[in-house]
Every structure is written in C-alpha cells, then in structure tokens.
Write a protein that binds this ligand. Structure first.
Ligand code: KIV
Ligand code: ZN
Length: 514
C-alpha cells in the first residue's frame, strides 16, 4: 500500500482567486474542517503577502494539531522569514518556497539567468531549513521548463534539504499522458530523487487538472495539491474531492494507493466553503454538486430503486451527502413518486390518493422540467388539504443607514386576517425578518441564509434561500425579487407556509386516524 499525501491549498491558491477571499476567522474555521477531513497538509496562506495573510497562517498554526500547517514563500529571505515567524506556533510546520524555472518566466518576469535562478532556489531551501526540516520546493511553470534544467534544479534543491519537490502545471497547459511522463522522467533523471517526495500542482485551464494529477499519481507522484470544489487561480486547481474519490472508487486501477481522507466529511467541507465565501458549486459538479447523486430518467430511477449499483458507482453517504436524490420529472414513474412521498414522511396515503396525486404530478412535470420536493408537497396540500390558506406578504417598509437604527414594518395576511408588526435589528434584513416573525407570532431560528444574483446588471433578480427552524423542524424557503429585502421576506414566508401547511396536514391526518 502506498499513501498519497493530500496537500490542501484551498486557503492559499483557492483563496487568492476573485470572489473567494476569507477573513482570518473564516480561514481558521475552514482549516478546522480541513483537519477533520483528514488532509495531510494545510497551506494556510502566503505569510509575506499581507498582514491578513500573516495573521491567517499564524492563527491556523495555533489552532491546528493534526495536519501540517504550511505557508508559501517566494525564494526570498524576507518571505521565508515571515513564513517561519507565522508558522512558529504550529506543532507540524512546512515552508513551501518557489521560483519559476521556465524560460518565459525567467526572462520576462524574473529577469534572471537560469544559473541565478538555480542559485536562488538552493539558497532559499537552505534558509527555509533553518526554520523547519519540512521544506517543499516548487519549480513554478515546471511544465513549460527545459527538462534538463528542471532536473538540475530538483537535484540541487534536494541536496540543499528539500523534502518535497513540487511540479506545478502553473498555466494548466499539460495533458494527462505528457504530464505522467514528466513525473516518470523526473524519477529516472534526478539522481537523488529517492530522498524526496514528488508532488504535483495542476491548474484547470483546459479542464484537465484532476486527470493530470491522477496520471502523475499513477506514474509515481506521492503528493497532490488540491482545493475544495476545485477553486483557485483562473479556472482553479485540481478538485480535492474528485482526486480522492477517484483513488477510492477506482482502487482496482490505482491498486496500491490510498489517502487518509475521511470521505464522509467531503460534502460538509464543500458546503462550508460555499457558506464562508458566498459561492455556489455548479449543480452537475462531480461529487459535491446538487445533481451528483440525483437521478431523473425513469429507467434510471427504477434501476436504482431495484439495485443502487445499477446507476451509482459510489454511495452518497460515502461523501457525506445524506442520501442519493431522485429528481422527479416527466419520465418518472408511479413507483418513484410513491417512494419519494414516503421519504418525505407521507407513508399512510391510500392507493387512491396516490393515484390522484400522481395524475397531478404528471401534469406538473409536463410544464416544469424538474419537480422538487417542495412542488410535491404543494401538490399534496392542494389536492388533499385544500382548506389551508397561506400567509401572504402585503407590504413592507425598512428604514436603514449608517446613522439610523435599522427598523422594519411588515404587513401580512394570515388566514385572511391582516397583521402588522415593527421591529429593530442589526441591519435591514435582520429587522425585516424580526418584524415578520412578530407579525406571524412564531418563534423561529434562521439556520442558513444565502443570496445570489439570478442574472446580470444592477436590476438583476436576487434569489434568497433560507433554512428556518420552527419548533426544531428545519424548513427551507425560497424567494425571488429585484429587492433583496423583498426576496428575504418571501423566502422566510415560503418556509413558514411550508411548515404550517405540513403541520396542519399531519394534524388533520392524525385526527382522521390515518
Ligand atoms: O500555480 C503555481 O505554480 C503555484 C505555485 C506557487 C506552486 O501556485
Ligand atoms: Zn497555483
């Protein structure tokens, strides 16, 4: 068995991409989850880059015990010193120093000759060793570097004390076969390579980062740099969850290789990153996308219900997704529909009720591509519990500003009766939601809140999604508006209506003795 070292760079390469910056506290929260996930190395930042980066590396170094904490540093004494200082409290620390070795970078960016680069690399590694024995050296743009020169640099830095030599495909230019061969060539042409681990760092400009990383592993790489959800510069880095699950699911192909990743923590880690950075993963993203374990086609759904392995190569639970999801659509059959009703908790419906609901469902599925749980519940209430009347938003007004206490007044109609309430809050949305809660006369806790733009431009529609806990029942809601306060109120009301409808429906069913 050969262990593959997982070097996570979500907090460094990932965080430096536009839209993914995190505060020190957020980075520490993320680092703790990465430790739980079982990554071997956490690259917490680039200590010399800014005060914030220094504090983040330092904060992570204080908090993390199991994973190695790493800081990036250019091959400069001042950078390495900062990295050493920030990492001082860490139980296990690594300095990752780098310099470019491709002709284009040396000539135009560094304005240095190859010999000067080699000398600088050796000096940097020796200096980094004065802070820690664990030093990694990266030859930036290795893929486009002259091979003989690259081998020479690697040999020299290993002699200088580097324990890991990293081979970055900085611009995401390589293809799997070629990249695998490069790793094999390094193994065969760097005489002291047995004293170091070969690592790879692949960018995704051609969508090949994961494939290139796996090809490298197959050809002898012992460490992979990766990020959660594949975030990183430009098109990102190799997605950690994809590399790890490929190694696990295809253990027959990667015969002797394993990782120490607790794969059950993958989904949680992915969602935490989304929450901290306000980002979304595309629905069809491998492993962690909303559709990764969703099945829509009727034939697939039927096969899946008969034997899961017919259409699933891994179990949703293995990556921490609660269970595989069947998305119902016009191709779905009665069997899948009934199963979904049961999963939603409606186990006692009569066959006649299911027939009626299924007919309505087919009508809806013809109009709507995907039928979600919420749609099914709405159908159920419409069809079987028509007397229910939902709460509606009639009017709202919010006063806010840097010198004003945010105050909101909300008018709703509940069962035809108008109710008005006013509340203060920490901001316009908080005050609006407090006023709404008061008007509805409910106690609730907002468990999750996300907002995103559905289109471009200043007048774009905003979509708010919430998860609200009513009496310990977590209910989701969605609201769309060009006004974010309106969208927030609608999302909360949507959750409230679902909650009340569900409890009334269940109550009625209980009263009827069903
Ligand atoms: O892409 C790259 O080359 C890097 C190095 C600093 C490893 O991020
Ligand atoms: Zn990079």
């Amino acid at each position: 068995m050969r262990k593959l070292i997982i070097f996570d760079t979500t907090l460094r390469d990932g965080e430096q991409a536009p839209g993914f910056s995190m505060t020190v506290e957020e980075k520490i929260t993320m680092a703790k989850q990465l430790e739980k996930l079982g990554v071997d190395v956490i690259e917490a930042g680039f200590a010399a880059a800014s005060k914030g980066d220094f504090e983040a590396v330092n904060g992570v170094a204080y908090q993390i015990k199991d994973s190695i904490v790493c800081s990036l540093a250019r091959a400069l004494e001042s950078d390495i010193e900062k990295a050493g200082e920030a990492l001082a409290p860490a139980e296990k620390k690594r300095i990752h120093t780098f310099i470019a070795t491709s002709e284009i970078h040396m000539k135009y960016k560094l304005k240095m000759s190859p010999d000067e680069v080699l000398e600088r690399a050796v000096k940097a590694v020796k200096f980094a060793r004065s802070f820690t024995d664990d030093v990694e050296f990266s030859a930036e743009d290795a893929v486009r570097s002259d091979r003989e020169f690259l081998f020479r640099v690697f040999e020299a830095v290993i002699d200088a004390g580097a324990k890991t030599i990293n081979v970055p495909d900085t611009v995401g230019y390589s293809v799997p076969e070629e990249f695998g061969k490069l790793i094999k060539d390094i193994l065969n042409n760097v005489p002291n390579i047995d004293k170091a681990v070969i690592s790879v760092h692949c960018h995704n400009d051609l969508g090949l980062a994961v494939a290139n990383s796996l090809s490298a592993v197959k050809n002898g790489a012992g460490q992979v740099h990766a990020t959660i959800n594949g975030i990183g510069e430009r098109a990102g880095n190799a997605a950690l969850e994809e590399v790890v699950m490929a190694i696990k699911v295809r253990k027959d192909y990667f015969n002797d290789i394993y990782t120490d990743i607790n794969t059950k923590e993958i989904y949680k880690t992915s969602r935490l990153l989304c929450r901290l950075t306000g980002s979304f993963v595309q629905p069809n993203k491998a492993i962690v996308g909303d559709n990764a374990f969703a099945h829509e086609a009727g034939i697939h759904q039927h096969g899946l219900l008969a034997k899961r392995e017919t259409y699933e190569i891994m179990r949703a639970e293995d990556v921490g997704v609660p269970s595989s999801k069947i998305v119902l659509g016009k191709h779905s059959g009665r069997h899948a529909f009934k199963t979904r009703l049961e999963e939603l908790g409606y186990k006692n419906l009569t066959e006649e009720e299911i027939d009626r609901l299924f007919a309505k469902f087919k009508e809806l599925a013809d109009k709507k591509k995907e039928v979600f749980d919420e749609d099914i519940e709405a159908l159920l209430f419409d069809e079987l519990f028509k007397s229910y009347e939902e709460a509606k938003l009639l009017q709202y007004q919010v006063i806010t500003g840097d010198k004003a206490i945010p105050t909101a007044t909300v008018k709703v109609s509940v069962d035809g009766e108008e109710k008005v309430a006013t509340a203060y809050g920490d901001g316009p949305i908080d005050s609006a939601l407090r006023a709404l809660e008061k008007a509805l006369d409910v106690k609730s806790r907002l468990k999750d809140y996300t907002i995103r733009s559905l289109s471009h431009g200043k007048d774009a529609m905003g979509e708010v999604r919430v998860i609200v806990s009513f009496d310990g029942n977590e209910v989701s809601g969605k609201g769309i508006s060009t006004d974010i306060i309106g969208a927030s109120l609608k999302a909360y009301l949507d959750a409230y209506n679902r909650y009340s409808a569900k409890s009334l429906f269940i109550e009625k069913k209980i009263q009827e003795g069903i």
